[in-house]
Design a protein around this ligand. Structure first.
Ligand SMILES: [Fe+2]
Length: 306
């Protein structure tokens, strides 16, 4: 059975292109390529021509997840499998494929309505990638750009869709309480990266966060500093996840959804055993705003009123 190989790209629809250009280059350390005037631009991080398409629009949300397959026969096989299972598959036009710098693509929504594009033949960059600020560079290439966490409505149905249609394998679950919120997240992989995709309910946008991974922990610290000094708002402090062992922090992107910047994750293989973790992090990843005395006092005052 043909499977997707990796998360090839993400497409974001954003209201403030310039804020994203600055955030993408100065904070994340990516490179702006292929400026398309008022329509947007792309961001590069490795040997691929681009990994993020930043498109101008009002949504401030994920517009598509791009999944790479081996070639035309794999794309055909997956398209047929999706159609046989009753999913609506759209063939991308040659113009749309050119716009994504790929040979060909199809589109299909997942059970929560998150748009997916499946493609083969990505254009590779002519020159090796060198980040202006991330000295160690990124763990990407055959592992894909990183990972993305999206909304789901029915977790079992969502997992079944990505397992049987895309060939993703279950990595594990995290189920716990986190500052009064119920966390139930499913993690799935396509290659040695612990998870390329994760999903759970209770999110306002399609995307919760995307992650990029540097080669060194020092680059995580340096990114944290750049982000703080740029006036950015931290969503979760530095910490270590129990499942992929990623050392990372989370902040708000200019579109209001989150990014994760990490290093030090494990790689997995076919002998990986799935499990359920009862905590989000081994240490850290705390929401700083919720720990302030001002927030606690306001919460107490609200509770006393009820
Ligand atoms: Fe993450």
């Amino acid at each position: 059975m043909s499977s997707v190989k990796q998360t090839g790209y993400l497409v974001f629809e954003v209201s403030d292109l310039e804020a994203w250009a600055e955030f993408g280059t100065e904070i994340l350390g990516l490179e702006v390529v292929d400026r398309r005037g008022d329509a947007g631009f792309s961001l590069r991080m490795d040997g691929y021509q681009q990994r993020f398409f930043i498109e101008h629009g009002a949504a401030d949300d994920l517009a598509a997840i791009g999944w790479e397959v081996e070639g035309p026969s794999a794309l055909e096989e997956i398209a047929q499998r999706l159609k046989d299972a009753g999913h609506e598959v759209t063939q991308g036009s040659p113009e749309e494929a050119t716009r994504r710098n790929v040979e060909a693509l199809i589109r299909v929504d997942d059970p929560a309505g998150n748009p997916n594009e499946i493609f083969y033949g990505p254009k590779m960059a002519d020159e090796p990638f060198v980040s202006k600020v991330v000295r160690s560079g990124f763990v990407a290439d055959e592992q894909g750009f990183g990972h993305v966490v999206v909304v789901s409505k029915d977790d079992a149905k969502h997992q079944e869709f990505y397992a049987t249609m895309f060939g993703l394998k279950l990595s594990d679950y995290i189920r716990c309480e986190y500052f009064g919120h119920k966390i139930d997240v499913t993690f799935m992989h396509a290659n040695a990266r612990h998870h390329s995709l994760a999903f759970g309910g209770g999110q306002l946008k399609r995307i919760h966060h995307f992650m990029v991974q540097a080669h060194s922990m020092e680059d995580v610290g340096l990114c944290y500093d750049r982000f703080l000094f740029s006036g950015g708002m931290v969503h979760q402090t530095l910490g270590r996840h129990p499942n992929d062992k990623m050392f990372s922090f989370y902040g708000y992107t200019p579109s209001g959804f989150h990014f994760e910047f990490g290093a030090g994750a494990i790689e997995i293989d076919d002998n990986w055993e799935t499990t359920t973790h009862g905590k989000v992090s081994e240490w850290g990843h705390h929401p700083p705003q919720l720990l302030t005395k001002a927030y606690r006092r306001a919460k107490e005052a609200r509770q006393n009123k009820d």
